[in-house]
Design a binder for this molecule. Structure first.
Ligand code: ZN
Length: 338
């Protein structure tokens, strides 16, 4: 049974722990830590919803170190999520629902311990009338840093543009933290590149600190030139009964490792994702979870080619992550003025 641990004093060991694999020794359960600051409505930050994504934890550690002997400019509530998965360096445990698909507003996994846990967290945060929410993640593949928002409200755009000019707008999958929090306050998911990198930690910590110092989030439009915004139109999954690999040729779909360089580049029609000797196909799901493979890809003499110009994001070469989550998202540029 998953318990939510709520605390209001900082365990000092959090300031010095060097690996998220050791975190369970300090916080044996998923934990919500509430710290008082000068302005009362808290900034809510969640870290380690995916146990192998440690940048958020180390960014928060930097913030806690900075304010160890002084008052925070604003109250800060921090949720430390999948500590069990962090212990073994995994995104999630086998058979466990994804900690970022079980938040209120999701349709899957509603009757699970994990969903009940996130409902408790959401209620506890709602009761404190949050100022803003930041969920910190890493990508498995090489990607630039970018923010994700789920509503086009100016305050959300202002918040995310403090982190990066690259912004992704999405409304599916449901059950993610940032969609649940968007009901309460301006909310953003920040993707800080691959885990363990000092620059990601630095950048995420600077962003959290900047938001802690804001007295309000402006609600005027972000200047068009200051933002590149894309929306997801589909995601590519590989059906469970199809084998795939980046290295082994004896599989249904042989993926080309060079596709990692496709992340955040606008691709033309005909861009090749891989090859198949068996007419195997991706499962390309649109925002309504409908299979739209034929609209997005064509098989030309065994080459799997893009059927329309699109920009992929979050392509990873990690075959286990592709099985657990997806190969990538497909995006199109949005025009905020239009
Ligand atoms: Zn993540």
């Amino acid at each position: 049974m998953l318990q939510l641990n709520q605390i209001t004093t900082l365990p000092n060991a959090l300031l010095t722990v060097q690996s998220v694999r050791e975190l369970y020794k300090i916080l044996p359960q998923p934990t919500l830590l509430h710290l008082e600051g000068q302005r009362k409505n808290p900034l809510f930050v969640s870290v380690l919803l995916h146990g192998n994504e440690d940048t958020g934890f180390f960014a928060i550690q930097k913030i806690l170190q900075k304010y160890q002997h002084k008052t925070l400019p604003r109250s800060l509530s921090i949720f430390f999520g999948n500590i069990e998965a962090a212990k073994i360096g995994m995104r999630g445990l086998d058979g466990q629902p994804d900690y970022n698909r079980v938040w209120p507003g999701g349709f899957q996994y509603v009757e699970t311990d994990e969903a009940r846990l996130m409902t408790k967290v959401t209620k506890a945060i709602a009761a404190r009338r949050p100022f803003a929410s930041i969920d910190i993640h890493n990508n498995t593949g090489r990607n630039p840093h970018y923010g994700c928002i789920n509503t086009l409200d100016n305050r959300f755009l202002q918040l995310t543009s403090l982190f990066s000019r690259t912004v992704v707008f999405f409304t599916t999958p449901k059950g993610v933290q940032s969609i649940a929090m968007a009901e309460l306050c301006p909310s953003v998911t920040v993707e800080c590149g691959q885990p363990h990198l000092p620059y990601g930690v630095e950048h995420a910590a600077e962003f959290v600190d900047a938001v802690l110092h804001l007295s309000k989030i402006p609600d005027h439009p972000v200047h068009e030139q200051d933002i590149d915004i894309y929306h997801t139109v589909a995601r590519i999954k590989i059906p469970d009964n199809i084998t795939f690999s980046f290295s082994d040729n004896k599989v249904d779909i042989k993926l080309d490792p060079a596709i990692e360089n496709y992340n955040f580049s606008e691709l033309p029609i005909g861009a090749i994702f891989g090859s198949t000797a068996k007419n195997a196909e991706f499962d390309v799901l649109d925002d309504g979870d409908q299979n739209r493979t034929d609209d997005f890809f064509q098989n030309e003499q065994g080459k799997i080619k893009l059927a329309k110009p699109l920009m992929p994001a979050m392509i990873t070469l990690d075959e286990q992550i592709i099985r657990q989550d997806c190969l990538c998202y497909l995006m199109e540029r949005m025009d905020l003025a239009g």
